[in-house]
Design a protein around this ligand. Sequence first.
Ligand code: NAD
Ligand code: MG
Length: 404
Amino acid sequence: MASRRVIILGSTGSIGTQTLEVIAHLNALHDRGEWHERLEVVGLAAGARGDLLARQAAEFGVRHLALAEGEPTAPADGRAWSGVAAAEQMVQATDADVVVAAIVGAAGLAATLAAVELGRDVVLANKETLVAAGALVVPAAERSGAKLLPVDSEHSALWQCVQELSAGGGATVGGAVAPPMGETPTIERLILTASGGPFREWSREAIERATPKEALNHPTWSMGQKVTIDSASLMNKGLEVLEAHWLYGLGGDRVDVLVHPQVIVHSMVEFIDGSVMAQLGSADMRTPIQYAFTWPTRIGGRAERVSLADLTRLDFEPPDLERFPALGLAYDAIAAGGTSGAVLNAANESAVGAFLAGRIPFGVIPTLVRDAMEHLGSAGVTSMGDVLDADARARAFVAQRLPA
Ligand code: NAD
Ligand code: MG
């Protein structure tokens, strides 16, 4: 294959801009004869910031652009879409081999599902898509042959830990969804690591009163606002437990979390013989992004190296569900199934928005999510309508509870 055509959804965000950096790097290697394929960017989608979108399009020679808010300037020989459905319409109308799903939140749902249904391989950062609609996305990928290639550092780490299985060693591992693990009898459990966020050592009372400025001050990762707030509440880890559940087909009883403040071990797989495989590296999202493009092989990357000799210690401790109740809610959502993931996700998005707008204290975020889940219960998911309905009801529930 000489070239692969790539669409990036959410190209102006933290993951989107780092994806463009990785693509530029891989193309430079290609031009020097060190990498076998060229990545051609054929479509870009963003929410706002049409100016940055236009600059990216000019730099990478992209002809198809989508912008949710505002009118994108299409290149002379190109096409442009605008409005809430712009990203999905662009995916439908653009021939591509790979779609990078890096829109934040449920806003990325429709375009990501469209890519999966079209059989495009999906480089998946938008975890909310699996949390809300895993019951639709995973079967759709199995039907269309689309591969789901994880970018979330934990899920990429888990994937890297089981390469021997997907490299043909495990006859029981199959299906179109890469990386497959679900029916692998040799895997005992997955262990997701969490940095613990800025409030790891804070008291419950202090966490409940934390300000947006304090919550946005992440100790290790520099990311978009929403995922940063989720990291402070550990809701991000909860979303990732749900993401692992869908991606790898394991129940909540086989997906554990350990707090690991150094953020060197990105996750681990424990096997039935007691062996534990871990993936280590610096906290740099360009590594998992690049791996999603170069899998099943590796090529030189630009991330900072971990100096193991300079590390004095690696700490691990169980998460404190009293101080971080959001994490427990994710396990409740796996147990309840159906629309409960969509409710959890939408209630959380609304509550995070209200917190950032100064309308509720930090401690009320998980309370609102829990109340929404209890109040709305869970119904079966057979169509996108079921997911969107649960999403809308959860947002309305939270809106009603907000102070005037
Ligand atoms: P971000 O806020 O930096 O960027 C979000 C992107 O989505 C922007 O390009 C924005 O314009 C776009 N967008 C928002 N609404 C849109 C809409 N309606 N239509 C089209 N585009 C829209 O967020 P991020 O940190 O890059 O995170 C993106 C996703 O990746 C999230 O799901 C997050 O959980 C996940 N993720 C991020 C990181 C990280 O390091 N940033 C790590 C792991 C996973
Ligand atoms: Mg992560």
